[in-house]
Design a protein around this ligand. Structure first.
Ligand code: FAD
Length: 458
């Protein structure tokens, strides 16, 4: 590993630090106070101002616009929702699961519409996602996923099974036996999107405060280190960082996802590898991995696997875990051996939020005026857009197709107190890694992976 910097590749492409925004240092009164200037907070601000231009809206961030996962992620703007279709169908019925699926697919067109309308340059490429099956167990998993998709009555062109030659028309993965393709994903530079959104909402009259840490969110009130905000509505848009606020210490756990980026790769490499439409890519192992070909022809590649930190700790040191970053480099080399010798120029990480029941949600308590969205696991890039549109409707008191989606006002129970939380999450992580090792060797699904699937209700 020869990475030289620990900030994200994307942060190098935008000038977050050059835009000076005020700190909130006095008491204010606004119609809506949004805590967190990532995708959730900014999409909510955007749709609120579009719906009700006269509302006064303030966004308050402990750090800066895009500091959190929104400025550091893998850039998959996908239709993936953290709870599977079957889980949604079990909880809310098949019709509601189908509505959720269509809403997620619709996010991609909606985000494309806004970035064009608002002239946001974020390296958007709508190339879909290709996932390789690289052993027999993974191949069965790919087949099962497509069969299940069709048995659930979802559109056939949403998810296609690929034979090995078909897969190679998208990308040449080493040891590929087949895979799947979905058109429902675009690749983005997330920092450019989050920064572009901030500019757009500021032009609509939203005030963004930076370096203003919120310690408490209570009825119609936000308390920062230096001030108090009186408001009709508060939106908690702090996702993985929610444990830093007194009232939401155990609402989600911050789990780290880590990434690396290569230097720009040669034309020869891309000729051999494919991904001509900048399709996002992964494989069918249990532990989540994800990659994209960037607009400047690098690979940005990430995965879970970093340990959960006791007490839901979030620190800059947690962004770099040399063992996990080295494993990412090794895994990338396994997928595309031709990457050997390429310099790894960036290594970084960030915290994402997981609710106790692994179900993302958004909602509004009309009595306290407190709204929230999050628990997206690793699928928040497009889900946060749906959250923003939905929260705007809820706050404006408009009932719509969005406000009756099954994730709206869903409440997950709190996570366990420590040390049970630490023990549970890290044991599950060890088990997932073990399951992949077993499957790669024995060519049959690990009992552990089946058990884990049941535990998270898949
Ligand atoms: C490495 C990585 C890769 C990922 N890859 C993908 C992907 O490819 N596709 C995908 O869909 N999802 C991905 N995700 C998840 C996705 O990035 C997030 O779900 C999404 O960005 C969440 O947006 P958000 O606005 O809700 O939260 P965030 O972007 O995390 O924003 C929260 C904001 O709250 C601020 N804040 C924190 N505490 C306080 C406080 N006390 N007071 C005030 N402000 C506070 C933070 O500074 C931050 O700006 C990834 C996440 C990570 C970490």
């Amino acid at each position: 590993m020869n990475a030289t910097v620990s900030k994200s590749l994307w942060a190098d492409t935008v000038a977050f630090a050059n835009i000076a925004r005020p700190q909130l240092s006095q008491n204010i009164e606004v119609d809506v106070a949004i805590v967190g200037a990532g995708f959730t907070g900014l999409w909510t601000a955007y749709y609120l101002k579009k719906s009700a231009p006269n509302l006064s809206v303030a966004v308050i961030d402990a750090n800066h616009v895009g500091f959190g996962a929104s400025g550091r992620n893998g850039g998959w703007c996908s239709a993936l929702f953290p709870a599977s279709f079957n889980k949604l169908a079990k909880l809310f019925g098949a019709d509601q699961a189908k509505r959720m699926h269509s809403a997620m697919v619709g996010n991609i067109a909606e985000i494309a519409r806004v970035i064009e309308l608002e002239n946001i340059d974020c390296d958007w490429s709508h190339g879909g996602t290709v996932i390789a099956a690289r052993n027999r167990v993974q191949l069965d998993r790919a087949r099962d996923e497509v069969k299940e998709h069709s048995a659930n009555g979802l559109p056939a062109d949403d998810l296609e099974f690929l034979t090995a030659p078909e897969l190679s028309s998208h990308a040449n993965f080493a040891d590929a036996l087949g895979g799947t393709y979905t058109p429902h994903c675009a690749t983005i530079n997330p920092a450019r999107l989050v920064q572009g959104l901030a500019r757009v909402v500021e032009n609509l009259g939203v005030q963004i405060y930076e370096n203003s840490r919120v310690s408490q969110i209570t009825e119609h009130t936000v308390i920062t280190d230096n001030s108090r905000v009186k408001t009709k509505f508060v939106v908690r848009a702090t996702e993985g960082y929610s444990p830093t606020i007194k009232q939401s210490r155990r609402a989600v756990v911050p789990v780290y996802s880590l990434m690396i980026a290569t230097e720009p790769l040669s034309e020869e490499f891309w000729h051999q590898t494919g991904l001509a439409q900048r399709q996002t890519f992964s494989d069918f192992r249990n532990l989540v991995i994800y990659g994209q070909r960037t607009a400047d022809n690098r690979i940005a590649f990430g995965g879970r696997g970093a340990p959960y930190h006791f007490g839901s700790a979030i620190t800059p040191q947690n962004d770099l875990v040399p063992d996990v970053h080295s494993l990412l480099e090794k895994t990338l080399l396994e997928l595309f051996p031709a990457v050997a010798g390429a310099q790894i120029t960036h290594a970084w990480g960030g915290a994402l939020g997981i609710a106790r029941d692994w179900m993302a949600s958004c909602g509004l308590d009309t009595k306290s005026g407190i709204a929230w969205a999050g628990g997206y696991v690793g699928d928040g890039v497009s889900t946060s857009n749906l959250a923003g549109r939905t929260l705007a409707d809820l706050i404006c008191g408009q009932s719509s197709d969005l406000t009756t989606l099954p994730w709206v006002n869903h409440q997950s129970r709190n996570w366990e107190v420590e040390p049970f939380r630490w023990l549970g999450i890290n044991s599950a992580l060890v088990a997932v890694k073990h399951a992949d090792a077993v499957e790669a060797k024995r060519e049959r699904p690990s009992k552990v992976s089946a058990l884990l699937g049941r535990l998270i209700g898949e």
